[in-house]
Design a protein around this ligand. Structure first.
Ligand SMILES: *[C@@H]1O[C@H](CO)[C@@H](O)[C@H](O)[C@H]1NC(C)=O
Ligand SMILES: *[C@@H]1O[C@H](CO)[C@@H](O)[C@H](O)[C@H]1NC(C)=O
Ligand SMILES: *[C@@H]1O[C@H](CO)[C@@H](O)[C@H](O)[C@H]1NC(C)=O
Ligand SMILES: *[C@@H]1O[C@H](CO)[C@@H](O)[C@H](O)[C@H]1NC(C)=O
Ligand SMILES: *[C@@H]1O[C@H](CO)[C@@H](O)[C@H](O)[C@H]1NC(C)=O
Ligand SMILES: *[C@@H]1O[C@H](CO)[C@@H](O)[C@H](O)[C@H]1NC(C)=O
Ligand SMILES: *[C@@H]1O[C@H](CO)[C@@H](O)[C@H](O)[C@H]1NC(C)=O
Ligand SMILES: *[C@@H]1O[C@H](CO)[C@@H](O)[C@H](O)[C@H]1NC(C)=O
Ligand SMILES: *[C@@H]1O[C@H](CO)[C@@H](O)[C@H](O)[C@H]1NC(C)=O
Ligand SMILES: *[C@@H]1O[C@H](CO)[C@@H](O)[C@H](O)[C@H]1NC(C)=O
Ligand SMILES: *[C@@H]1O[C@H](CO)[C@@H](O)[C@H](O)[C@H]1NC(C)=O
Ligand SMILES: *[C@@H]1O[C@H](CO)[C@@H](O)[C@H](O)[C@H]1NC(C)=O
Length: 704
């Protein structure tokens, strides 16, 4: 650390003195007479800058670090610190009264000796969206005049110190998003009883598992914001949550083991609640009627609350709603059409319920709708034209219903996510899809479309990452080539195609390819080996008419390889193990010959090895590694012989082996079973070709 001039040297001297003589706190507080500018300077020097300390973060309610930049980088030693970015001074006293270094790439610990604590006049302190990786120092409790403290999303850990409750002027306390910050009952009690000015308390994703939920009933009526999302609150609130007349934001979502009893019956028309999230917690089984009176609501999240009955049409009275999430409940009855007239709604989630009925033919609202999720219900009928005219639509999820008919052309180009899978739609896919330059996800799976995979349609979809046409009729035009430079997942399973789609040849990002259950014939083309050389980890070619030797594939990244039910011949190359990361290898039902490569059974990453119904010969290599991961080995239906290798005992339980076709019964039957074989579960087992012994039930090997 360089020399920072006389102020810094004086400061160092004082720190040194205080360390040497263990000065009493009354004296060390006189250290605070040190210039606030040098305190800030030193604080700046105790931290480093790292952009990854301030990644952007979004939820329904929070949008943080969207435009992060290092505020301290522009600080100049020769300028008055009151002019520095993020620093606010009192006009007359020149005291530093505000410090906002939120999302400023700050990285490094804040220990109790930090000079941050030599700013005794601070009223607002915001360090949110940095990464300090330290405890919250008890020194934070010494900011006597602090009204706003924001340490959210800053990699703080450990217990929240008692001293927090000394901040008696505190109006707003935000310690949220510090994954697992521990709040214990004594601190919690002091925070809610002693901090009488407190209006906003945000502790999302802290650990409050030891706090009794009944204490929530004692929250002061002056609170405007209470946010305890994902705090692991447990147990049942004995009496109802009380009415908090000034509450505007109440977030208790994702406290999976919390039972609220019921929502409080307040005079909701006099309370201006804007944000309510009680997702994934239980309260009354039915949607209370009075929800329709919460007319100030902008965000309502009741997802995954085990709610039943119908969705009250009174929700249509909540004209200010922008986000409504009722997904993952058991709502039945008709789709509530009143919701479709809400003008300001931008996200509507009704998916994963049991709603019936049709979409309305006409709507008067939804001009701002961005996300519409209706998937996994029992909705039927044709898709009305307004759906294709929504000007701001970004996500349309209608999969898993019973929609029929053809679909219209989209007017806007804004779609990024379109899922119409698992319906009964038919016809050809709308040409307008070709204009969706920002489309990343397209699934038309399992309908009755006929799709032509061709240039004109797809050449502009440069952002497409996920494409699923499975279970439709697809034809491929391999005469022209085009690229989908960002494609990661392609599912053309059960599409009745007979060729590998050549456009894949230039894809470098592919992770996941499913071409199973088609009529693809001939040899696997060499270029497939190069596709996604470092990215492809899942390849399914099951149930085709592939011939010839085992394909040359890059195995660097491949973890799941399925080529069963084809007509492959020749040997399994021993190269298959070189630099291989295979976890599942399924080559069953082919005509492979030769031996089982030793290296395969030596693997300590393979979980599933299925080579059944081939023409493999020889013995089972006795090469099981000491610490292997095998769960299923299936060698049934080959011409293997010889003893069952002792090293099989290296396989951990539960281990399911189908080892039919081996002369192993004699070995095992003639001796006492070695102890390490005990508990190994063998299903449909050990068939001696000479002495056929058919055991079709599962049995424990110990019983031999
Ligand atoms: C805390 O600061 C972050 C980042 O500036 C901000 O998004 C959040 O709203 C603040 N919390 C409160 C309670 O104001
Ligand atoms: C504050 O720290 C940043 C990064 O560590 C540095 O670029 C800047 O020059 C420092 N400001 C002063 C005034 O020392
Ligand atoms: C501050 O405290 C930390 C941890 O207690 C220690 O590692 C560091 O050297 C101290 N810094 C100064 C300047 O005393
Ligand atoms: C804070 O509350 C505790 C009890 O929770 C009490 O013993 C203590 O005196 C209170 N402190 C102040 C400063 O009010
Ligand atoms: C609520 O506060 C009162 C005192 O203010 C206390 O007696 C009672 O035990 C508290 N209830 C809960 C559930 O914490
Ligand atoms: C509810 O509040 C509204 C608005 O403040 C008021 O007009 C109405 O009388 C109240 N209703 C009851 C039952 O208190
Ligand atoms: C949902 O409610 C039903 C009926 O009351 C109950 O049996 C079930 O356990 C609940 N499920 C959850 C996840 O709470
Ligand atoms: C809808 O949003 C607009 C723009 O944000 C706002 O001016 C208007 O008041 C909102 N309408 C309602 C009913 O809240
Ligand atoms: C595509 O996304 C970009 C960047 O978010 C945006 O500026 C552009 O308007 C979008 N295009 C369409 C057609 O929505
Ligand atoms: C699929 O669509 C064709 C017409 O394109 C129709 O003849 C056929 O009946 C449809 N099949 C099913 C299962 O709906
Ligand atoms: C591809 O689509 C088929 C049919 O919809 C589905 O069964 C299969 O699971 C999908 N592939 C993968 C690996 O998700
Ligand atoms: C591809 O080219 C061949 C030969 O030129 C032609 O017979 C075939 O019809 C073309 N296929 C398509 C789909 O255009």
């Amino acid at each position: 650390m360089g020399c920072l001039g006389w102020k810094y040297q004086l400061f160092c001297l004082l720190v040194l003195l205080s360390l040497l003589f263990h000065l009493p706190s009354s004296f060390s507080s006189s250290l605070s007479s040190i210039s606030p500018c040098s305190a800030l300077l030193h604080f700046n020097h105790s931290l480093s800058l790292d952009q990854s300390a301030s990644p952007s973060f979004y939820t329904y309610r929070i949008q943080m670090c969207d435009n992060s930049y290092p505020k301290t980088a522009s600080w100049k030693e020769d300028k008055d610190c009151c002019s520095w970015d993020g620093v606010v001074c009192d006009q007359t006293t020149r005291h530093v009264i505000g410090l906002d270094l939120s999302c400023s790439w700050l990285s490094g610990p804040i220990h109790s000796n930090s000079t941050l604590f030599f700013l005794p006049h601070l009223r607002t302190l915001n360090l949110a969206g940095n990464c300090f990786e330290s405890l919250i120092s008890s020194e934070f409790g010494n900011f006597k005049t602090l009204t706003h403290l924001n340490l959210s999303y800053s990699c703080f850990s450990g217990k929240i110190p008692n001293e927090i409750s000394h901040l008696s002027s505190l109006v707003s306390l935000d310690l949220s998003l510090n994954d697992g910050l521990l709040i214990e009952t004594p601190v919690w009690k002091r925070v809610i009883h002693n901090l009488t000015q407190l209006r906003e308390l945000l502790l999302d994703w802290s650990d409050m598992s030891s706090i009794r939920p009944n204490s929530l009933m004692n929250l002061s009526s002056s609170f405007t914001t209470i946010s305890l999302h994902g705090c692991n609150l447990q147990g049942k609130l004995q009496n109802n949550f009380r009415c908090l007349p000034n509450i505007q934001t109440l977030d208790l979502g994702e406290n999976w083991n919390l039972d609220l009893g019921s929502l409080p019956k307040c005079n909701w028309s006099s309370i201006s609640l804007k944000f309510l999230d009680v997702s994934s917690i239980s309260f009354s089984r039915k949607l209370p009627d009075f929800i329709g009176n919460m007319k100030s609501l902008k965000h309502l999240n009741l997802a995954n609350c085990n709610l039943t009955g119908s969705i009250s049409t009174s929700l249509g009275n909540l004209v200010k709603l922008t986000i409504l999430d009722l997904s993952y409940n058991s709502f039945s009855g008709l789709l509530p059409l009143s919701l479709f007239n809400l003008l300001n709604l931008s996200s509507l989630y009704l998916d994963n319920n049991q709603l019936v009925g049709h979409l309305p033919n006409q709507v008067s609202g939804l001009l701002n709708l961005k996300d519409l999720y209706l998937s996994s219900n029992f909705l039927k009928g044709t898709l009305p034209s307004w759906l294709f005219n929504l000007p701001s639509l970004v996500t349309l999820n209608l999969d898993g219903n019973q929609f029929i008919g053809e679909i219209g052309e989209f007017k806007s180009n804004s779609l990024e996510h379109l899922d119409l899978g698992y319906n009964k739609l038919q016809g050809s896919i709308p040409r307008s899809i070709s204009r969706f330059v920002n489309l990343t996800y397209l699934s038309l799976s399992s309908n009755n479309w006929s799709v032509m995979l061709e240039l004109e349609m797809f050449s502009k979809l440069k952002n497409l990452e996920f494409l699923d046409f499975s279970n439709n009729l697809v034809s491929i035009n391999n005469n022209v080539t085009y690229t989908l430079p960002n494609l990661q997942q392609l599912n053309l399973s059960s599409c009745n195609i007979s060729e590998f789609p050549i456009f894949l040849r230039t894809t470098t990002t592919l992770k996941f390819l499913d071409l199973s259950k088609n009529r693809i014939y001939g040899q696997v083309p060499r270029w497939l080996g190069d596709v996604g050389r470092d990215s492809l980890y899942f390849l399914d070619l099951r149930g085709n008419l592939l011939q010839g030797p085992f394909p040359t594939l890059s195995l660097l990244s491949l973890q799941y390889l399925f080529v069963s039910n084809n007509k492959l011949t020749g040997e399994i190359p021993s190269l298959i193990c070189n630099e291989s990361s295979l976890v599942v290898l399924d080559l069953s039902h082919n005509n492979l010959s030769g031996v089982v490569p030793k290296c395969l059974l030596h693997s300590n990453v393979l979980l599933v090895l299925d080579l059944r119904m081939n023409s493999l010969r020889g013995t089972i290599p006795a090469t099981f590694a000491k610490r292997n991961n095998f769960r299923i080995i299936n060698l049934n239906g080959n011409q293997l012989e010889g003893p069952l290798p002792q090293s099989l005992a290296n396989c951990r339980t539960p281990f399911f082996a189908k080892l039919v076709g081996i002369v192993a019964v004699e070995v095992i039957g003639s001796r006492l079973l070695p102890p390490m074989f005990q508990n190994i579960l063998v299903t449909a087992v050990l068939l001696n070709r000479l002495r056929p012994l058919r055991l079709t039930q599962s049995l424990i090997i110990e019983k031999f």
